[in-house]
Write a protein that binds this ligand. Structure first.
Ligand code: RIB
Length: 297
């Protein structure tokens, strides 16, 4: 079984700051670094490090060679990455002393993903394969419809969340990978609380399964038959950027390997815990061996 991730590739411009800049304020960064990122790229690297047979499809500008190099270094396939005119997508990231982040993305060439590009890529995959999508590229809806016609499994991480998402054919999604805020918006519920959100999601999307991450408070898996919780591993936080992506990649690799849900949540949570203890996005993603060592401690 192959996984095709049609997803964003970003150059992450990361500013370490004491505290996030406030309105009308100018602050000086403590450190500036450029890393490889993008929810798409991060998730592909996590999938590959977890041992999955993953292909990344996306578009970069001529400034994006570092993104291809990063994928190649992780031994991920780059044959469906196109280079065009224009700038690659980028993210402006502030990371504060507590390791929390806030992020502004600019789509760049991630916004050049055309219908033809998507159908050309998906034509190389079969019904038994998995399509992974996030919300940082154009024509996500086209990809969902085309993949489902082929009988593929669709996994959607609706991040960053925006109104466009509700125009997508979400009823075609087999797995939603979401955080609590995304889950509440998706459920459209005024009420808060995990139980209520999951209950509403199951009513709204009865065929789907949900994996809802709660940051340091753990993760829930839920479908019509099963509800399972796993707590987070406690580690010293260096930088939370990319931790959610690490979780997603490892969890999907676990689906491919048919890991039991509880074991899968445990392994993906361990991978995310290691990622938050390191700096950067893609570069913080641990190998399968590092995750095993962490779990055996
Ligand atoms: O999830 C983290 C990622 O979000 C960063 O790498 C950044 O590029 C944005 O896409």
């Amino acid at each position: 079984m192959k996984v095709i991730n049609i997803g964003s590739l970003n150059i992450d411009r990361t500013y370490s700051v004491k505290e996030f800049v406030r309105p009308k304020e100018t602050i000086k960064a403590l450190k500036y670094e450029e890393h490889c990122g993008g929810k798409g790229l991060n998730q592909t690297i996590a999938l590959r490090k977890a041992g999955a047979n993953v292909y990344h499809a996306g578009i970069i500008g001529h400034d994006g060679q570092m993104l291809i190099n990063e994928l190649k270094a992780a031994d991920a396939s780059t044959e469906y990455i196109k280079m065009t005119d224009g700038n690659s997508g980028h993210a402006m990231i502030q990371v504060d002393e507590k390791g929390e982040n806030n992020i502004i993305i600019h789509g760049g060439t991630n916004d050049h993903i055309s219908k033809e590009f998507i159908t050309d890529v998906l034509d190389r995959f079969e019904g038994k394969d998995i399509l992974l999508l996030q919300n940082e590229i154009t024509n996500v809806d086209v990809a969902m419809r085309y993949a489902k016609k082929k009988g593929m499994t669709i996994i959607f991480n609706p991040s960053p969340m925006n109104d466009k998402i509700f125009q997508y054919p979400l009823e075609l999604v087999d797995y939603f990978l979401i955080n609590e805020l995304e889950a509440a918006e998706l459920a459209g519920t005024e009420k808060t609380g995990v139980d209520e959100i999951l209950r509403q999601l199951k009513i709204k999307y009865p065929k789907a399964a949900f994996v809802m991450t709660l940051g340091g408070d753990g993760v829930w898996f839920c479908n019509q038959e099963r509800k399972q919780f796993h707590p987070s591993f406690k580690v010293a936080v260096a930088d939370t950027t990319g931790a959610g992506d690490t979780f997603c990649g490892y969890f999907i690799a676990g689906l491919v390997d048919e890991l039991d849900v509880e074991m899968n949540l445990r392994r993906a949570s361990a991978a995310a815990a290691i990622a938050v203890s390191r700096h950067g996005a893609a570069q913080s993603i641990p190998t399968k061996e590092e995750v095993e060592t962490f779990l055996n401690k």
